[in-house]
Write a protein that binds this ligand. Structure first.
Ligand code: DC
Length: 227
């Protein structure tokens, strides 16, 4: 019997540790990790460059229909129309624009279709805000990942520093709170916890502990072998 390859949804606010955990989990299961936030970020970068307003849903959806976004190396490499934009999409400016771009219904509908196609065959860990609610409401396992906002700001701060971008911790905490506010209150697929999601609070856990906890739940639910 061939092993069933699952769809695992990972949702939660920015900086909660979703991508680190998701990447680790996917690796252990031999699955593909898909960072859907990187897709919104890539479109936001293209819109900024093209001078398309981040609130113009129709223009953005039209731009997206002419855009190739590819994720490789467990989401570490993101290419936009063939150009490696992995670093360019991680700036504060693009973070802010991505959150605005993602608030447009027309953009979300097109992104959701792409993401459903990417996960259709299973064997994926998909990280985002609406994976368990809109992209794969029937996902085999859903996690809702949270962490204390101050801790999330610290993590973003470290990431930006590692990328050589000087940033003020207070300003980042403010950014995190503003983006949370926008992501959770937008009319189109706001960030909400799916009723059947398993909560994982990463505030006081190391990344490897988060992965172990998730892996235990995946095994409990499905008896999949892990490496
Ligand atoms: O996860 P991230 O910070 O890279 O996401 C960038 C932005 O995109 C963030 O403001 C939320 C939004 N997003 C979304 O609305 N839906 C998703 N599935 C993924 C990200």
């Amino acid at each position: 019997m061939t092993e069933r390859r699952l769809v695992i949804a990972l949702d939660g606010p920015s900086g909660a540790g979703k991508s680190t955990a998701g990447r680790g989990l996917a690796e252990r299961l031999g699955y593909t990790f898909i960072d859907t936030g990187a897709m919104y970020r890539a479109l936001a970068l293209k819109a900024l460059r093209a001078g398309v307003a981040t609130g113009d849903g129709e223009a953005l959806a039209s731009l997206l229909s002419r855009t190739a976004i590819a994720l490789a190396d467990a989401g570490r490499t993101v290419s936009l129309d063939g150009e490696d934009v992995s670093a360019a999409i991680r700036t504060r400016e693009v973070s802010d624009a991505a959150s605005r771009v993602a608030a447009n219904g027309a953009v979300r509908r097109a992104m959701v279709e792409r993401q459903q196609e990417m996960g259709r065959a299973g064997g994926v860990v998909m990280d985002g805000r609406d994976i368990g609610t809109a992209v794969f409401p029937g996902a085999d396992v859903k996690f809702f990942v949270r962490a204390d906002p101050a801790r999330r700001a610290q993590r973003r701060h470290r990431e930006l520093q590692a990328a050589g971008q000087a940033a003020d911790l207070g300003a980042i905490e403010q950014d995190v709170r503003e983006r949370d506010q926008r992501d959770t209150t937008r009319a189109e697929s706001p960030l909400v916890r799916a009723a059947d999601a398993v909560d994982v609070d990463t505030t006081d856990l190391r990344p490897d502990e988060v992965v172990e906890r998730m892996l235990a739940i995946v095994r409990e639910r499905s008896a999949v072998p892990a490496r």
